[in-house]
Design a protein around this ligand. Structure first.
Ligand code: COA
Length: 360
C-alpha cells in the first residue's frame, strides 16, 4: 500500500503522547459509549505494552493523532500445552473528520511490518460489524466462534453442590485464591485462549475494571471431590444496557498439584456453574435477579454433557490474518514448525476457535 498523502504521517506512538492517544480513543469510542477508563485500563494494566506496537497517523505541524491501532502482544495456546506469539489488535480508530482517506488501512498495514519484525505470526481481532469489510479488504478472514446461550429461570432451585466447602467473591490479596485460579486456567483453558503469566494475573486480571458499561463479578468455589481438592471460578459481566449477561471465564476441576489426571465429574461442573451464576446475580444485586435470563458463554467453556436448556449463536466478528512461518514451543522445549494457516488450525484442534475468555 502506498504511503498516505501529506499532511498525514504514519509512525509509532511517542512516550509523551500516551494521554493524547487515550484522549483520541475516548473521542472516537465515546461516540459508541466506551468510557476513557477502558482505554487507560488497557494501556496501564497491560504487562506487555510497547510504544512501538501503537501505530498512529498524525496530521499537521503539531502532529495531532487522527488515526490509531494497537498490537497487544499475547501468546495463543495450541494443543498439547504449546504456544505461539501473536498480535491481538485493538484500538482501531480514525477521528470522524479524517475518515475514508485510507488512514486505518495504512496504520493496519504498517502494523504488519511491526508484527513480522517481532515474530508475531498471527493477527487476531474482534471487529465492529461496520468495520468487517475494511479488514476483509486487508486480507483478514472470519473465524466463527460458537457461543452457547443458557436459558435460566429466575428462581433456579439448585442448592449449592455438596462438594463445595466455601464459595464467594475472589480476593486477589489472598494468594491461595490466585494460585487456585492459576492452576485451573493453566490446566483447563482450551486451545485458542491466551496464556496467563503471573504478570498477566496481577496487572491485567486483578485490577477493578474502569469500564462503566459492565458490572463484573468474580467468584470462586473450593471444596473436595472424591477426597481430592477441587475448585471452580467464574467471571461474569452484567452489561448496563442489555438483558443478556456474559460469562467471560468458567473453569472447574481438581487442583492438587501432582494428582493423577482423572476427568472431573461433569454433573459437578454443571451444578457449580448454576450455583456460581446464581451467586453472581445475588452479589450484583441486579434487577435481573427476579427475571428469567439468558447467559452467554463460549461453547468451549461449557461442561459436557450439560442439561441446562440452551441454544448456540455464532459470533462472526472474530477475524484473523496469518502473517508468517513460526514455530510453537512446548513445555519440553520441543519446537513444531507452523508454515501455513492450515497447520495452525490443525494445532488448535478440530473445533477451532479463538476463545475470548477475557478482554485481551
Ligand atoms: C472503522 C474506521 C477505523 C475506518 O477508518 P478509516 O480511516 O476511515 O478507514 P479507511 O479509510 O482505511 O477505510 C475505510 C473503510 O472502512 C470501512 N468502514 C467501516 N465503518 C466505517 C465508517 N463508519 N465510516 C467509513 N468507513 C467505514 C469501510 O469498509 C470503508 O471502506 P470504503 O471506503 O471502501 O467503503 C473508522 O470508521 C472508525 O474509527 N470508526 C469508529 C471506531 C470503530 O468502529 N473502529 C473499529 C473497531 S473494530
Amino acid at each position: 500500500m502506498s504511503t498516505p498523502q501529506p499532511p498525514y504521517k504514519i509512525r509509532s506512538l511517542h512516550g509523551s503522547e500516551v494521554e493524547a492517544f487515550l484522549d483520541h480513543l475516548s473521542t472516537v469510542f465515546g461516540a459508541v459509549g466506551a468510557p476513557r477508563g477502558l482505554f487507560s485500563d488497557h494501556w496501564y494494566n497491560n504487562p506487555h505494552k510497547s510504544l512501538d506496537g501503537v501505530i498512529v497517523a498524525v496530521a499537521g505541524e503539531d502532529e495531532q493523532i487522527v488515526s490509531s491501532m494497537q498490537v497487544y502482544r499475547r501468546e495463543l495456546k495450541l494443543q498439547h500445552g504449546r504456544y505461539i506469539s501473536i498480535g491481538a489488535i485493538g484500538d482501531v480508530a480514525t477521528h470522524p473528520a479524517h475518515r475514508g482517506k485510507g488512514l486505518a488501512s495504512h496504520v493496519m498495514t504498517r502494523a504488519e511490518t511491526y508484527m513480522l519484525a517481532n515474530h508475531l505470526s498471527l493477527a487476531v481481532l474482534h471487529a465492529a460489524p461496520l468495520a468487517v469489510p475494511l479488514y476483509e479488504k486487508l486480507g483478514y478472514r472470519i473465524l466463527p466462534m460458537k457461543m452457547s446461550v443458557l436459558h435460566l429461570p429466575a428462581q433456579d432451585p439448585q442448592d449449592p453442590p455438596g462438594w463445595i466447602r466455601w464459595s464467594g467473591a475472589v480476593d486477589f490479596e489472598n494468594t491461595d485464591h490466585v494460585d487456585v485460579m492459576t492452576v485451573l486456567h493453566q490446566r483447563l483453558a482450551p486451545p485458542g485462549t491466551f496464556r496467563r503469566t503471573a504478570a498477566y494475573w496481577n496487572q491485567w486480571v486483578r485490577p477493578k475494571s474502569n469500564d462503566t458499561r459492565w458490572k463484573i463479578v468474580k467468584l470462586l468455589a473450593q471444596g473436595q471431590v472424591n477426597g481430592r481438592p477441587a475448585a471452580a471460578y467464574l467471571f461474569l459481566g452484567f452489561p448496563l444496557h442489555e438483558a443478556k449477561v456474559t460469562v467471560f471465564e468458567f473453569f472447574c476441576g481438581f487442583t492438587s498439584p501432582n494428582g493423577i489426571e482423572e476427568p472431573f465429574p461433569p454433573q459437578h461442573q454443571e451444578s457449580v456453574l448454576r450455583h456460581l451464576i446464581k451467586s453472581a446475580f445475588d452479589l450484583a444485586a441486579t434487577e435481573l435477579k427476579t427475571q428469567d435470563v439468558e447467559v452467554s458463554i463460549a461453547s468451549s467453556l461449557l461442561p459436557t454433557p450439560c442439561d441446562i436448556p440452551s441454544h448456540v449463536e455464532v459470533d462472526k466478528s472474530w477475524l484473523f490474518k496469518w502473517l508468517g512461518n513460526c514455530s510453537a514451543e512446548g513445555k519440553d522445549g520441543q519446537k513444531t514448525q507452523i508454515g501455513v494457516v492450515e497447520d495452525l488450525f490443525h494445532e488448535i484442534g478440530p473445533e477451532y476457535s479463538f476463545c475470548k475468555t477475557d478482554a485481551f
